[in-house]
Write a new protein. Structure first.
Length: 166
């Protein structure tokens, strides 16, 4: 199974698990651009609504212990939406070599980048300083069964911006 196969499969699994977590919710897969231009990217992979908040979530599957931020080309466009209340943007990240799934808000990535961090490594990024969620997951043969109900725990954008401030 190639890298792109894992990414596509993770997107399908994300939608399935999100709708299990929120059975009366919306989880719309935003169709990929077919323009032929490599630099054209969707705003995110999914538009989700859980009856209280709207989410723009990009799914990433990555094979090493850390996720490089330059592999997240939607970052600037998602960050530009931080002023909208009740909107959460970020990355659902499956580190498949570690069998772990995370949700990292775009605002947290912005703070990491401003502090000179170039990639997300859960063993090195302190949770007290940067907010991210470890998604409860159970390993299947290839993918993970993940419980995305914890997305309800993501603080609002203002609290995320001030996370870890002294």
């Amino acid at each position: 199974m190639g890298k792109n196969d894992k990414a596509y499969g993770f997107e399908q699994k994300f939608k399935e698990d999100y709708l299990k977590a929120f059975p009366n919710a919306l989880c719309f897969k935003i169709p990929n651009q077919m323009s032929g231009f490599y630099s054209v990217n969707n705003l995110a992979d999914f538009l989700c609504f859980d009856s209280e908040r709207l989410y723009f979530i990009d799914c990433k599957a990555h094979g090493s212990a850390s996720f490089p931020f330059d592999a997240f080309p939607q970052f600037d466009r998602l960050l530009s939406l931080e002023h909208i209340s009740k909107l959460v943007t970020g990355v659902a990240l499956w580190l498949y070599d570690k069998d772990k799934v995370f949700f990292i808000p775009t605002i947290s990535i912005d703070k990491m980048k401003k502090d000179g961090i170039k990639s997300f490594n859960p063993d090195k990024v302190p949770k007290y300083k940067y907010y991210y969620l470890s998604i409860p997951s159970v390993k299947l043969r290839t993918y993970m069964n993940s419980d995305y109900r914890v997305l309800k725990d993501v603080p609002g954008n203002e609290e995320l911006r001030n996370w870890g401030a002294k």
